[in-house]
Ligand binder design. Structure first.
Ligand code: FRU
Length: 296
């Protein structure tokens, strides 16, 4: 039942422990100001699947009119998403997917395309197609998430064609976290005399790898560090300082997510997928982005 003219939109966020998630919540809250007829309820899964499932259960009990969810991982959140749909609550999934086709809409970046762009850039940096050579450390995001797999697959679609590229790690996950990536890189540095490139599935992990190299006195030897996310006060700043070589914008689906929920509440039909754009960020365009965001 809808309270006098107001609709309830629930948003289950998986965590607020990562900077990109904090920005995501800011974006949806800012958009909420344009929708006075929507009561937005945001929950924080605290990076735990069980907590996020409980949050969704709670939003179902509160009979939200639309459920927005950005799941921690695919498998563990699929059940509760289907439960919401069974309770006639339409679900819009943001950034990371779930394993069901019954959702109303998915909004997120194209992580295969981003991975490919990263792979293409990596090949260029390492000497160009057919000539690329170097030792690469890849640090995975969460293994249970589609973005990590897509970012891996996209990258390798380009780099695997290069016999001169060697991979030093075997699918090691930093679970999107800077400190875990720092530890992975510290071990990689200990075990390998020559590391030419780091590919982190997000900027915090790429930066964690940079810090590990710096603390080991080897930051000058690691020629290229590539990340993904491109938050102005993180990735873009690190690129402009030369700590990262490049990053790729991964816009948060916060504002678009709420706009789409509002459309749905007005009875409009939603397109099944909205893909958010990306862009390569290097030392060349980083200052412009910083200026636009009042950071330079
Ligand atoms: C934040 C994050 C981002 C990344 C996204 C992928 O939790 O790790 O850094 O781009 O999730 O789902």
């Amino acid at each position: 039942a809808r309270a006098a003219g107001k609709s309830k939109v629930g948003f289950s966020q998986c965590t607020t422990l990562e900077p990109w998630r904090v920005q995501f919540n800011k974006d949806i809250q800012a958009e909420a100001k344009n929708h006075p007829d929507i009561d937005l309820i945001i929950t924080d899964g605290q990076d735990k699947t069980e907590k996020q499932v409980a949050d969704c259960d709670n939003l179902i009990v509160q009979q939200v009119n639309v459920l927005l969810i950005s799941p921690k991982e695919s498998a563990g959140l699929t059940g509760v998403v289907e439960k919401a749909i069974d309770a006639k609550i339409p679900v819009i999934v943001l950034d990371r997917n779930v394993d069901t086709k019954r959702i109303t809409q998915f909004i997120g970046g194209d992580n295969v395309a981003i991975g490919k762009a990263a792979g293409e850039h990596a090949v260029k940096l390492l000497g160009g197609p057919g000539k690329a050579a170097g030792n690469v450390v890849e640090i995975w995001g969460g293994m249970g998430t589609q973005p990590a797999h897509d970012r891996h697959d996209g990258f390798h679609a380009f780099t695997d064609k290069e016999p001169g590229i060697k991979y030093l790690l075997n699918n090691q996950s930093g679970d999107w976290k800077q400190d875990k990536a720092y530890d992975i890189m510290t071990t990689a540095l200990r075990n390998n005399e020559k590391i030419d490139m780091v590919y982190g599935h997000n900027d915090p992990m790429a930066y964690g790898a940079y810090l590990a190299a710096k603390d080991a006195g080897r930051d000058k030897d690691i020629k290229f560090i590539i990340g993904i996310d491109g938050l102005p006060d993180e990735g873009v700043t690190w690129v402009s300082k030369g700590q990262l070589t490049a990053t790729f914008l991964y816009a948060t689906p916060g504002a678009e997510g709420l706009r789409q929920a509002a459309k749905l509440l007005k009875g409009e039909k939603l397109q099944p997928v909205i893909t958010l754009p990306t862009m390569l960020i290097t030392k060349e365009n980083a200052p412009d982005i910083l200026k636009k965001n009042g950071l330079l």
